[in-house]
Design a protein around this ligand. Structure first.
Ligand code: ADP
Ligand code: MG
Length: 596
């Protein structure tokens, strides 16, 4: 293999030539203690930076074996190294030049620990990092000396200061591995305890701001302290015995005055489907993996979703058994999002009154008197939430400050007072009997899961212009897919651009994937969930159509078998893991979605 020395000489010799001559740096180069692969060379200084990969062998990286001995540990370690690489790249001296000259693009993980491709650590302790480098130019002419410096001085500097164990405190590396392992373990132990979530005592839930997910700091922060009656004890492999609040399955209300920390608690549960880095404050806050945040989202597209359990008999005879609209209202969007969540296999729903449609949530006695049921197409959620658990085994956590009507249907009521949780279940029961709502329950026919929807997979067309796959993520709420735009702004459990990128890639691949054998029999049993086809199953399995559940299964099976690289054979550094629920959310928001 050609050496780093060869690379330096080669690039210096390109000085002053047209930018395209940079093509000569493509391929693999042996550095003293790692290999640099230049996978794709940018065509001009304004284009996306040149994609490189650095592979560091275990005897150079020298990570402690315990930091990568299991997959979950390796993921914690990899996320740590990726953050370190991002930090080192930000601090590296920047070469100046035209366009994106000198840029070093690392897809740095946020507070979550997800499988990602920016830095990966395998079971043998090999470290592989992927990032972009803007090869320097003045105008469109190559700056040879700067280019050689970037590739053969700056890149080795990044490796030394971020990717090698010697750059870090070994205890710190292990902590990232162990904290990740603990979170995984805590989440896995919820079901056996009859819980849907756990918030450890001492957790710090508030964030710096709506756009800064790091923990709020300072004297005003109140650490989580569980109410005694809801306190449970869980074991974590590294942290040992932990106490905290167990959120039981069923219907749970979080009540309390405005600004007392209700939504903050709910958002922590939302985030609890992911593991968090040490120091985040939520690293021991976990929710069942199939927990889905649901909210109103007026304006979204809905395609043939059976929302008749919640909304039936719309004016002008619109059918809600296969409800379709390019522009949903608050209530219809929230109903559709719930039904879609059930379709993708949600076991717990999280709902905040702050982001809900009031007429979907409640209809009080006076409104019942004024507008009789015959004139109101909506069955309010208050009349379905118990049934959701009793009949379908789906739990709900609701944040409510405004409506007491839910007290009748709650199993557990937690009151937040000055950021402290209190168990007020008994008091809520007393209030409910002392002050009857006088409402007439309105639930119509029994709740059931809708028929499985079948997607015409030709609608998952990612082509645009000359590109076979056009997937772009301009910001944290938008997926450009083919010629369409998918708005994910209301899909609150999407956490990074790399996750959206991976979702877009998965949607592009999904139509061509084989049916995974023997999958998708979610916990609720066959009656409770929209089923996917078994292999060679029904007539639906051929001819470019398959059920939503089968599509999700196929993508999950692919990722399980081949990892994120299965999504994009160019080996990019900007992919990260996502759940089937967010994949479904993107699919359901495609304006071109066709259901047969
Ligand atoms: P609610 O939903 O009850 O109206 P929020 O959850 O929105 O209240 O919280 C109100 C404010 O209090 C937010 O700015 C939030 O960051 C802050 N906050 C929430 N929990 C805590 C806490 N444990 N310690 C300090 N500040 C908190
Ligand atoms: Mg709130």
């Amino acid at each position: 293999m050609r050496s780093a020395q060869d690379l330096a000489e080669r690039v210096r010799a390109l000085d002053g030539r047209g930018y395209k001559a940079y093509g000569a740096v493509g391929g693999s180069w042996a550095f003293e203690d790692f290999t640099l692969h230049v996978d794709h060379v940018q065509g001009d200084p304004f284009a996306a930076p040149t994609r490189v990969r650095v592979v560091v062998p275990p005897e150079v990286a020298r990570l402690p074996e315990a930091s990568y001995g299991s997959r979950v540990r390796a993921l914690g370690t990899a996320a740590f190294l990726a953050r370190a690489l991002g930090g080192a790249a930000r601090e590296a001296p920047r070469v100046r030049g035209s366009g994106r000259s000198g840029e070093i693009d690392v897809e740095t993980p946020g507070q979550e620990v997800l499988a990602q491709t920016a830095v990966q650590v395998d079971g043998a302790g090999v470290v592989e990092a992927r990032f972009g480098v803007g090869l320097p130019a003045g105008g469109r002419r190559i700056l040879g000396r700067e280019g050689a410096r970037l590739l053969t001085v700056t890149v080795p500097h990044l490796v030394r200061t971020a990717l090698l164990a010697s750059a870090h405190d070994p205890a710190e590396i292990l902590r990232h591995a162990e904290v990740n392992e603990d979170a995984e373990h805590l989440r896995a132990s919820l079901a056996a305890e009859g819980l849907i979530a756990f918030v450890a005592d001492g957790a710090s839930l508030p964030r710096r701001s709506g756009v800064d997910d790091r923990p709020l700091e300072g004297e005003g922060v109140v650490l989580f302290n569980s109410p005694e009656s809801l306190r449970v004890t869980l074991e974590a492999p590294n942290a040992g015995t932990l106490t905290g609040m167990g959120v039981p399955a069923g219907v749970t209300l979080v009540v309390g005055g405005g600004f007392h920390g209700k939504s903050t608690l709910l958002r922590a549960l939302e985030a609890g489907v992911y593991n968090h880095r040490p120091g985040d404050g939520r690293e021991r806050v976990v929710a069942d993996a199939d927990t889905v945040k649901v909210r109103a989202e007026d304006g979204r597209a809905v395609t043939r979703v059976d929302i008749s359990c919640f909304i039936d008999g719309l004016p002008f005879g619109q059918d809600t058994h296969a409800f379709t609209t390019p522009n949903a209202s608050g209530s219809t969007s929230q109903a559709a999002t719930i039904v879609e969540a059930l379709e993708s296999g949600a076991r717990t729903l999280l709902i905040d009154e702050d982001t809900s449609a009031t007429n979907f949530m409640i209809r009080d006695r006076r409104m019942q008197a004024l507008v009789p049921k015959e004139g109101e197409p909506i069955t309010p959620f208050v009349d379905r939430v118990r049934e959701l658990h009793r009949a379908l085994g789906v739990s709900t956590v609701l944040v409510l400050g405004g409506s007491g009507d839910y007290l009748d249907v709650a199993d557990t009521v937690v009151a937040m007072r000055r950021y402290e949780p209190h168990d007020v279940t008994d008091a809520a029961g007393d209030v409910a009997s002392a002050h009857p709502t006088g409402r007439t329950p309105e639930a119509g026919p029994p709740l059931r899961l809708p028929e499985a929807r079948v997607v015409d997979t030709r609608c998952l067309d990612a082509r645009r212009g000359r590109r076979d796959v056009h997937v772009k993520v301009p910001d944290l709420r938008t997926l450009l897919f083919g010629r369409g735009t998918v708005d994910l702004g209301a899909v609150e459990q999407v956490v990074s651009r790399s996750q959206i990128n991976a979702i877009g890639r998965a949607l592009a691949l999904a139509p061509g994937l084989p049916f995974p054998p023997g999958r998708s029999q979610p916990a609720g049993g066959p009656e409770l969930h929209a089923r996917s086809e078994s292999p060679g199953g029904s007539a639906l399995s051929g001819g470019g159509s398959r059920t939503v559940a089968a599509l999700l299964d196929a993508v999950e099976a692919l990722l399980e078998e081949r990892g994120l690289d299965a999504l994009d054979d160019r080996r990019p550094g900007d992919l990260s893991a996502f759940r089937r629920h967010e994949l479904a959310a993107a699919l359901n928001r495609l304006r071109s979605l066709r259901i047969v």
